[in-house]
Design a protein around this ligand. Structure first.
Ligand SMILES: [Zn+2]
Length: 119
């Protein structure tokens, strides 16, 4: 039988969730800004074609930053749609401590195929 909770408790839970979400959104936006700055330093726009500037960071770094921008934008979009914080494959809730470390995360540990956990 499903647990029936009082509206007051649900409201409190909802409020807590909203606070956590805005905290994670801030983290996402900070990281998005950092990744975009990196791409700007690399002499290319984040959605433009790759350029062959001479003074840019290493190609691997740029590739990483581009992936990060894409992942963060996807996460922010999921936030807009109210889907943020759940696994895109199995819809499991993603643990908050994991989201704090990697707010753009969109898969649970099982679906991401993580077999080892660092202690
Ligand atoms: Zn999953």
């Amino acid at each position: 039988m499903a647990e029936i909770r009082s509206p007051r408790l649900l409201m409190e839970e909802c409020h807590r969730y909203t606070v956590q979400l805005s905290e994670l959104r801030k983290l996402l936006e900070e990281r998005l800004h950092a990744a975009r700055s990196e791409l700007a330093r690399a002499g290319e726009s984040y959605d433009g074609p790759p350029s062959v500037a001479r003074t840019r960071p290493s190609a691997a770094r740029v590739r990483q930053a581009r992936l990060e921008v894409a992942a963060i934008e996807a996460a922010l979009e999921r936030m807009e749609r109210g889907l943020y914080g759940t696994c895109i494959r199995c819809e499991a809730l993603l643990p908050l401590d994991r989201l704090r470390l990697a707010p753009h995360l969109q898969e649970c540990a099982v679906c991401a195929g993580e077999t080892r956990m660092t202690a």
